[in-house]
Write a protein that binds this ligand. Structure first.
Ligand code: LMR
Length: 329
């Protein structure tokens, strides 16, 4: 074989071997919160674990997009079904277009505390709900905690009548509409990325969120009062598209699931810590007064908001409501 033929044969072999080596799968993980939050840290930990995993090396690349940089929560699931995003973790209040069942998690005063939420999510009913959107092409990979919601406002809220006629930003959930209408307030559905400006310009009077979101997005700097109501849950479902997930090699899928479970465990730890530390930082800032409710006043909020459950019982399932309550016993 002369030199020229040998050179050509080598080049052909090289290009064949390069084309046989599959290009790495890119996972775009899009979310709306800051990086110093439970979800922000969970997403970064997932990326770190995938990069550190020898079995995933050269096979998977993870790109994390925080702060609604890529998509807001209103668009991210559509984008996922189109293949433009592979992982997201919207709040459980944002899946209404795909299933009514997850509205369960929004029912006011349903979960006694985070331990009850964890117990329900890991129990049979919670695990079943991870599959609630399969027919629509979305699969739940797990739940992630943020925490219990508090009410922030421009006026002090001690009893439900204090909320009357006040405009509150809510996530895109009909349960939350009913919850605020129950106290004669005006709910306004808006994306998370707009909340700070809406509060700052006084286009709205208040909002509900967890300590870590109130702190990381600086809502406390433009809301003089925060009522420690713990009236509802703000947790997430980590989701991916069925088409993307089932198209992965089985061993890659298993490694990714393990990395996700570990990242979620870290996120949950951060959530528990931040519920304490971000509340403390807000209290120490002196920017916002934290109102603690007496048992008697808290009961007034429970009594007026709890009837909302009945309206959604059919959609979320009475058995799921019962299981969620039982988790708190
Ligand atoms: C909100 O919209 O208030 C939250 O869902 C944001 C988040 O993802 O924590």
């Amino acid at each position: 074989m002369n030199k020229k033929i040998l050179g050509l044969a080598t080049a052909a072999l090289l290009s064949l071997s390069m084309s046989l080596q599959a290009a790495p799968v890119t996972i775009k993980f899009s979310h709306v919160v800051a990086e110093n939050t439970p979800k922000g840290q969970m997403a970064n930990e997932f990326k770190r674990l995938v990069e550190a995993n020898e079995k995933l090396k050269d096979k998977v690349v993870v790109e994390v997009y925080p702060n609604s940089q890529l998509f807001g929560d209103n668009k991210v699931l559509e984008a996922m079904l189109l293949g433009d995003v592979q992982i997201a973790a919207p709040s459980l209040s944002k899946f209404k277009k795909y299933t009514k069942q997850l509205q369960l998690f929004d029912l006011p005063f349903l979960f006694k505390d985070m331990a009850a939420a964890e117990k329900f999510q890991q129990g049979p009913e919670g695990q079943e709900l991870l599959n609630a959107m399969k027919k629509k092409g979305l699969v739940g990979l797990g739940y992630l905690h943020n925490g219990m919601k508090q009410l922030s406002a421009s006026n002090p809220l001690r009893v439900p009548a204090d909320a009357a006629k006040q405009k509150f930003r809510i996530m895109s959930s009909d349960v939350l509409v009913e919850q605020f209408e129950a106290v004669k307030a005006v709910p306004v559905k808006k994306p998370f990325s707009e909340v700070f400006t809406l509060l700052q310009t006084k286009a709205i009077d208040g909002q509900e969120n967890t300590w870590s979101n109130i702190y990381s997005k600086k809502f406390f700097e433009v809301q003089p009062y925060i009522t420690e109501s713990n009236h509802g849950l703000l947790d997430y479902m980590v989701v991916t598209s069925e088409e993307f997930w089932s198209g992965l090699d089985k061993d890659v899928q298993a490694e990714l699931k393990t990395a996700m479970d570990k990242a979620i465990a870290l996120g949950n730890k951060v959530a528990a810590e931040k519920a304490e530390s971000d509340k403390k930082t807000i209290a120490e800032s002196g920017r916002s007064e934290i109102i603690e409710l007496s048992d008697e006043d808290r009961q007034k909020w429970v009594d007026i908001m709890k009837p909302v459950w009945k309206k959604f019982e059919k959609e979320v399932g009475a058995e799921n409501i019962a299981a969620a309550q039982k988790a708190g016993e």
